[in-house]
Write a protein of this length. Structure first.
Length: 279
């Protein structure tokens, strides 16, 4: 059972909007060696703006209908960009499948990350669209690419300082994102992370966590999406953003209610100090 010092740290965390699900999570945090971080919605606000798109109106209606069924921040941005569309012509009997970390599919229409379309013949014409460090979504119908969306997101105000704090305490921080290489690099540079992995699938995120654990590291993982949930569950300390999907919060040991990474760093320092006092 938790010591009085741990309980006091948990209660202090709660006052600061960092909810620990138990004493073990608080104690594990103080021994963390490695912190893996998701990008979208975690280091960034996850509030995308559609900056450019190209798709004909019938397909656009399909895309908006499909994205209405997804909880991904990209889906929300696309849906909100086209509020006036009349979706009556869309066949709503056909089901929409969400593939975590990839996109959505309905019949022969796929909306998702560029790498999903690697085997499509006309992909090269669209590759040039993946520029300027924007998040990209391609639209495919059958075996053809029929459109794209380019979206921009912003790094959270507190991200750089919090990451810097962890690094100064000797924690190795690494970025794991499902997004493309250019965006991954841009965000990593902006927040001061040297090591990043782009085009990461949910199972890749688990592999990084498990591989570090096999090397004897105490591993923290922070994320917000359904694509992060398995890695959060596998990590020694799974940390979810309060704005995240409910499955991420259920899989985590710690929830940052107001998404403020600086508060997590504060809790880390507190747990660390307490443990030094006890031991
Ligand atoms: P991150 O790891 O940075 O949080 P995700 O793994 O959630 O990113 O998503 C990776 C990529 O998959 C996105 O950049 C996007 O291209 C694509 N994607 C994921 N979900 C959707 C969706 N609902 N609609 C369109 N594209 C999506
Ligand atoms: Mg995310």
């Amino acid at each position: 059972s938790a010591t009085p010092a741990t309980l006091s740290a948990i209660s202090n965390g709660a006052k600061n909007g960092v909810l620990f699900k138990g004493g073990a999570a608080m104690e594990a945090l103080s021994t963390m060696d490695v912190l893996y971080s998701d990008k979208t919605g975690t280091l960034t606000y996850g509030e995308f703006q559609v900056t450019d798109y190209e798709v004909d109106e019938d397909i656009l209606k399909e895309v908006v209908y499909m994205e209405q069924q997804s909880s991904h921040p990209i889906a929300e941005a696309i849906v909100n960009t086209f509020p006036e569309l009349d979706l009556d012509t869309v066949d709503q009997t056909e089901s929409v499948e969400e593939v975590a970390g990839s996109g959505v599919q309905k019949g022969d229409i796929i909306v998702g990350k560029p790498s999903v379309f690697d085997s499509f013949e006309d992909v090269n014409g669209y590759r040039s669209k993946v520029m300027e460090g924007n998040t990209m979504v391609f639209v495919g119908k059958g075996n053809e690419i029929v459109g794209y969306f380019s979206l921009a997101d912003q790094v959270r105000e507190e991200s750089k300082q919090a990451i810097d704090g962890f690094q100064k305490e000797g924690i190795h921080v690494s970025l794991l994102t499902g997004d493309n290489e250019l965006v991954a690099k841009k965000v990593a540079e902006e927040v001061g992370i040297d090591e990043y992995v782009a085009s990461c699938l949910p199972e890749d995120k688990i592999s990084y966590v498990n591989d570090s654990q096999k090397k004897g590291k105490v591993v923290g993982m922070i994320g917000d999406g359904i694509n992060d949930a398995p890695a959060l569950a596998n990590a020694d300390i799974g940390i979810a953003m309060g704005s995240g999907s409910s499955v991420a919060m259920e899989s985590a040991d710690v929830v940052i209610v107001k998404n403020n990474l600086a508060k997590l760093f504060y809790s880390f320092k507190l747990s660390y100090k307490l443990n030094r006092i006890i031991l």
